[in-house]
Design a protein around this ligand. Structure first.
Ligand SMILES: Nc1nc2c(ncn2[C@@H]2O[C@H](COP(=O)(O)OP(=O)(O)O)[C@@H](O)[C@H]2O)c(=O)[nH]1
Ligand SMILES: [Mg+2]
Length: 340
């Protein structure tokens, strides 16, 4: 039984609980997010969020699986659709190989039989997000990524999730390049009632991070979310500065940052992989947050992220509102992109 199903069973069983605790001592962000959700609500949320992906390519795959017999053309079409869906060449080849082997071993003839096989093969290639260790108090989380990928919005959404699960959160606005960037996160902080440490525009982001962490240590916050300036992964100086921010966090608190989450814009498809490699090398990224899945027809990149980068996808952004961030749920994701 995975993380999600434990939570949902408990929520259904007990009408008005305020939160659900798991044996490992963490609270369940799903419950908080949906306010006593039930399974259909949650699945339809993923389905709606992923409707662009399902309509664009994956849906065409499903409609390909009709009553006809499997032949060479079927395989060509499946291959071309998987590539168009941004699964990446490696993942496409491995899915295709497994499907063909299963068809042969099980003696399948009709394309209709491919749908459930494909669903299972896709699901196999995605992991449930690993449990995050929040034992360090504060737990420092650094959000990195290119400009416009969704870092600031995600910082706010995460703040809301953590607070709802009973943790105290401090936001640190270390994007000091643009005044508008500090304003943006301050607006979120006010809206969500979250405390914030922000630097002046043009000030040293490292210094802001140092102050923020010190303040969180002295005030006893549970989680510090550090929003950083977007940078092109190809710009040497900016990447060096990000490394400095990373090192400064470690100086302010031994062991920090405890997590580095790369926020990727799901609409950028395979280009996001190139970015991810560069960030992974610079600041040992520990996981990915896939933002804007709702605006993307390229949900297939999730598979390439796992296979080619070996990074877990931890959260998914399914909209612009504070509540539109959910733990990555591979089952709901696969059903959502296939539109089934
Ligand atoms: N549809 C959608 N829009 C998002 C999502 N996350 C962020 N955005 C939008 O993407 C734009 C850039 O986000 P921002 O957080 O400022 O990116 P940053 O430059 O990385 O900090 C904003 O207009 C956000 O509202 C998401 O999950 N879905
Ligand atoms: Mg920003």
């Amino acid at each position: 039984m995975n993380y999600l199903s434990i939570c949902l069973l408990r929520c259904k069983a007990t009408e008005k609980v305020t939160y659900v605790r798991f044996t490992h001592g963490d609270t369940c962000p799903w419950y908080m997010q949906y306010n006593l959700p039930n399974m259909p609500d949650l699945l339809s949320r993923w389905k709606i969020g992923l409707s662009r992906s399902s309509k664009a390519v994956f849906g065409r795959l499903v409609s390909l699986f009709g009553a006809t017999e499997i032949n060479n053309q079927t395989w060509e079409e499946v291959e071309s659709l998987l590539i168009q869906a941004d699964l990446g060449l490696e993942t496409t080849a491995s899915v295709l190989e497994s499907l063909q082997a299963a068809v042969q071993n099980q003696g399948l003839i009709h394309t209709a039989e491919l749908q459930s096989l494909l669903k299972a093969e896709l699901r196999l290639r995605l992991d449930v997000p690993p449990e995050m260790d929040y034992t360090s108090r504060p737990t420092i989380i650094l959000l990195v990524g290119v400009n416009g990928s969704g870092k600031t919005t995600t910082a706010a959404k995460l703040g809301r999730l953590f607070v709802d699960s009973g943790k105290s959160v401090l936001l640190v606005a270390a994007d000091t390049f643009r005044a508008a960037a500090v304003d943006q996160i301050e607006v979120w902080a006010e809206r969500l009632g979250l405390p914030i440490v922000a630097g002046q525009m043009g000030s040293d982001p490292g210094a802001v991070v140092y102050d923020g962490i010190q303040s969180a240590v002295s005030k006893g916050y549970d989680v510090v979310l550090i929003d950083t300036a977007g940078r092109l992964h190809t710009r040497y100086n900016l990447m060096e500065e990000l490394k400095k921010v990373y090192r400064v966090a470690g100086k302010a608190l031994t062991g920090a940052p405890h997590a580095v989450w790369l926020v990727l814009d799901a609409t950028t498809g395979q280009n996001a992989l190139v970015q991810a490699r560069a960030f992974k090398e610079a600041v040992s990224v520990s996981g990915v947050i896939l933002a804007k899945l709702d605006s993307s027809a390229r949900g297939g990149m999730a598979f390439a992220i796992q296979r080619e980068l070996g990074l877990p996808i931890i959260y998914a952004g399914l909209g612009e509102k504070a509540e539109d961030l959910t733990l990555f749920d591979p089952d709901a994701f696969v059903k959502g992109i296939l539109g089934v």
